[in-house]
Design a binder for this molecule. Structure first.
Ligand code: S5P
Length: 258
């Protein structure tokens, strides 16, 4: 199990600039909450991000679900990242050969590498996916998370798959800054553990998504960051919900530290 050191102490141990910035602002803002703003128009997303921004360490996007994506949306999002001091994570889940992901990451209409501090990739293709992303991301100071485990029922990311994923990360520390996972899978303080499938009460959705509580994720599964989508964006009052998740996640961290 991971030796529990504080987010800010870990920030000092980390060499990657994105990890350092993220861990530092988590301690400053007292939050380990990432909100997944899975809405489909630019205006809705920008309005939601401005509301929940004060309570998050990261905003996670799925840009390919936006109906009216534009560079204006990106400039508004990046302005809000400065205003509220959060990191932008595009949940692109790259999963192809290096040559293809290089083009998907840098080009197309989204130009993800130009604005997302962090993106993520499946380890399924092997380390080539990282070689490709790295060529684009490293010069821009970007970081990448590897998907080592998933929250959905019956997923195939377990056992040796997860172990091999950790090895790919260890071989690419200049670019891979951690994992999307369900619990801590590495003792290395430089690697972040980021966990989706979180709601205030545990359960499932209609399509195999599994939820555990913030306390369970941070205290028992020893993850670092919770990702919450519908628990916040579909709440009657997203600001009240964001505060509740922030408080639940951070108090579990404080409890783990004590
Ligand atoms: O294993 C995973 C990995 C991810 S990144 N399970 C997930 O649910 N996600 C993402 O987290 C998913 O794509 C969605 O954007 C978010 C969870 O949303 P929620 O509404 O179920 O909280």
């Amino acid at each position: 199990p991971r030796k529990m050191i504080s987010y800010s102490e870990r920030a000092r141990l980390c060499s990657h600039p994105v990890t350092r910035k993220l861990l530092t602002l988590m301690e400053e803002k007292r939050t380990n909450l990432t909100v997944s703003v899975d809405l489909t128009t630019a205006a809705e997303i920008i309005s939601m991000v401005d509301k929940v921004g004060p309570y998050v360490c990261m905003i996670k996007t799925h840009v390919d679900i936006i109906e009216d994506f534009s560079q204006d949306f990106i400039s508004k999002l990046t302005d809000l990242a400065v205003k509220h001091n959060f990191i932008i994570f595009e949940d692109r889940k790259f999963a192809d050969i290096g040559h293809t992901v290089m083009q998907q990451y840098s080009g197309g209409m989204y130009r993800i590498a130009d604005w997302a501090n962090i993106t993520n990739a499946h380890s399924l293709p092997g380390s080539g996916v990282i070689q490709g992303l790295k060529q684009i991301g490293l010069p821009k100071g970007r970081g990448c998370l590897l998907i080592a485990e998933m929250s959905s029922s019956g997923n195939l990311c377990s056992g040796d798959y997860t172990k091999e994923t950790v090895k790919i990360a260890e071989g690419n520390r200049d670019f891979v800054i951690g994992f999307v996972c369900q619990s801590a899978i590495s003792d290395d303080p430089e690697f972040l553990h980021i966990t989706p499938g979180v709601q205030l009460s545990s359960g499932q959705d209609q399509m195999g998504q599994n939820y555990v509580t913030p306390r369970e994720v941070i205290l028992n599964h020893k993850s670092d960051i919770i990702i919450v989508g519908r628990g916040i964006i579909k709440a009657e009052d997203p600001v009240i919900a964001a505060k509740a998740y922030m408080e639940a996640g951070y108090s579990a961290y404080m409890e783990r530290m004590s």
